[in-house]
Design a protein around this ligand. Structure first.
Ligand code: SF4
Length: 130
């Protein structure tokens, strides 16, 4: 469902765009990719896919380090451009990107959580119940 909708988002963005119609049309929507050329940011479509995986109740993978370092989630400045153009009215920023950003912030930048993990001998991103 989410994956299909985001494919639709890309398709609509491509249809409405007067620029090149190619496989990377999702870049048209996000100004971080389009205007700033930040290839270290994975983009909204990828973030929705990661959110769908991360929020599955059976998911146990820890992707927080990759989200922070490899996928550049910190580069999204929550302008909601991707949400505005989504033809399926998916709140991409509110329901996918922001929850992921909150998880990354909690894992790497919350000093109280850092001290708590240090005391318990846990790594950033490990689930609390573990
Ligand atoms: S909210 Fe983030 S991912 Fe969406 S268009 Fe803006 S910068 Fe890009």
């Amino acid at each position: 469902m989410v994956h299909t909708a985001c494919s639709s988002m890309t398709s609509i963005a491509c249809k409405n765009s007067t620029s090149a119609l190619n496989a990377s049309c999702a870049r048209i929507v996000c100004h971080v990719l389009r205007d700033h050329g930040r290839n270290d940011f994975a983009g909204p479509r990828f973030m929705v896919r990661i959110a769908a995986l991360a929020m599955h109740p059976l998911d146990t993978a820890n992707r927080l380090g990759e989200l922070k370092d490899a996928f550049g989630i910190g580069l999204c400045n929550i302008t909601k451009c991707c949400t505005e153009v989504c033809p399926e009215d998916i709140h991409i920023t509110d329901n996918a990107i922001i929850p992921l950003k909150e998880r990354v912030a909690g894992a790497f930048y919350d000093p109280i959580a850092w001290v708590w993990r240090f005391v318990r001998g846990k790594k950033a991103g490990e689930r609390q119940a573990d």
